[in-house]
Design a protein around this ligand. Structure first.
Ligand SMILES: Cc1ncc(COP(=O)(O)O)c(C=O)c1O
Length: 403
């Protein structure tokens, strides 16, 4: 008879139990919501109810832009549904080149490389450029795709305390002279919506001879005069060696990219495994991305309105007595800190019943074991909608006993 062996799923038992406890308490599963119909960048039908969307990262509201939709439809008609191939074989169409041209223009950089997701862009670029004997110095609150890129490569990993300039410098000081160093930072950290002190950090990194990669996933399109991100807002974009971004937020579709001025950057197309060994984005996706990126270059009115929304929601929630992730509005993400997972889930459900969708985030994705209700604003939220959202938070907060 065969040995029974160990069930490889037993390691998930604590999580299975935690989830079951929530469901047994009668709380709807916050991680399996279905949007039955999406009406606009800010509205969907969820559980049969017209719901305001406040947790989509659709910052610039490009998902229903008529020009973007038309570009996608045309590419579907002209080029078919998919490329069925890698970028380095049969998977580079005219649309991929046009998308990379749009990115080069958007960032004013020499090179752009489009990946199938932002996750793969971090995975690929980080694991390929930092190899055995090199060092990666990174913020401890970095996105999972950054950590996974580090794990996939063979470099020494040196984390430092979140947004702590001195801690970063201390780590850099200890690295043996002459070693290759990559400092990895994010413009906006997506859990709390706080911004990195990039100006100081990049200056220090350069002093220690490091190359710098900045993930601008949550700032592209919105932060900076031209929407290039926090590095642009802080006036140091030309000191950044690699900017990583995604199409799944402000651009409004799916995909990822890296832009750079490094003169040897194009070699990445041959050596970066998450670029080579996967199928390229469908023609309709790159056509929508290219059109959206070009429109974002002229999005200053939308950017101004989004800042206004962020300021009003942040101030309103604080006045209601909620504890927030940042003292001031720093981005389009406003994180509301919950006392614990159970009340976080109850609040999430109470808001959904009010007709508002936000993201429930819990450890291990969150820093310091926090449970968060993460709100991400959209440039298409009207001033009236932001007031309606504040009313919903007030009622739900009182029902659950948080305020
Ligand atoms: C900071 C950061 N980097 C990268 C990604 C990955 O982007 P994508 O959704 O394109 O895989 C995300 C998405 O959540 C992110 O928040």
């Amino acid at each position: 008879m065969m040995d029974q062996g160990t069930d490889l799923f037993s390691k998930f038992d604590p999580l299975i139990q935690q989830r079951q406890q929530l469901l047994d308490a009668g709380i709807e599963d916050p991680f399996s919501l279905v949007m039955e119909k999406v009406l606009s960048p800010t509205r969907a039908i969820c559980n049969g109810r017209d719901t305001i969307l406040l947790g989509t990262y659709n910052y610039m509201g490009m998902t229903f832009d008529p020009d973007v939709i038309d570009a996608g439809k045309q590419a579907l008609t002209d080029f078919g549904t998919g490329t069925t191939g890698s970028r380095v074989l049969n998977g580079t169409y005219q649309g991929h080149k046009e998308c990379e041209d749009a990115l080069k223009e958007f960032y004013g950089m020499d090179h752009a490389m489009v990946f199938s997701t932002g996750y793969q862009a971090n995975l690929g670029i980080i694991s390929t450029i930092a190899g055995k004997g090199d060092y990666i110095v990174l913020d401890i609150d970095s996105h999972a795709s950054i950590w996974d890129g580090c794990a996939m490569g063979k470099a020494e990993i040196v984390p430092f305390k979140h947004n702590d300039i001195e801690a970063m410098e201390k780590r850099l000081k200890r690295i043996p002279e002459g070693a290759g160093i990559l400092v990895v930072l994010e413009g906006v950290y997506s859990m709390l919506g706080d911004v990195a002190p990039l100006k100081e950090m990049v200056a220090i990194a350069k002093r220690y001879g490091a190359m710098v990669l900045v993930d601008e996933a949550h700032s592209m399109g919105f932060i900076g005069e031209n929407g290039r991100g926090v590095a642009e807002a802080e006036g140091i974009i030309n000191d950044v060696d690699f900017v990583i971004g995604t199409f799944s937020k402000s651009v409004g579709t799916v995909g990822g990219f890296c832009v750079s001025n490094h003169p040897k950057f194009e070699i990445m197309r041959l050596v970066c495994r998450p670029y080579v060994f996967t199928a390229s984005l469908p023609p309709s996706v790159v056509a929508t991305a290219a059109t959206s990126i070009r429109k974002l270059m002229h999005g200053s009115n939308k950017r101004a309105h989004l800042w206004e929304n962020s300021r009003i929601l942040h101030g309103g929630l604080r006045n209601l007595g909620f504890q927030l992730g940042t003292d001031t509005p720093q981005s389009a993400i406003i994180a509301v800190i919950m006392p614990d997972l159970e009340r976080g889930a109850m609040m999430w459900e109470a808001l959904l019943k009010e007709g508002l969708y936000v993201n429930l985030a819990r450890p291990p994705a969150t820093p310091a074991n926090m449970t968060l209700l993460r709100c991400s604003l959209c440039a298409e939220h009207s001033a009236q909608e932001v007031q309606t959202i504040l009313g919903m938070f007030e009622r739900a907060g009182k029902i659950v006993g948080i305020i």
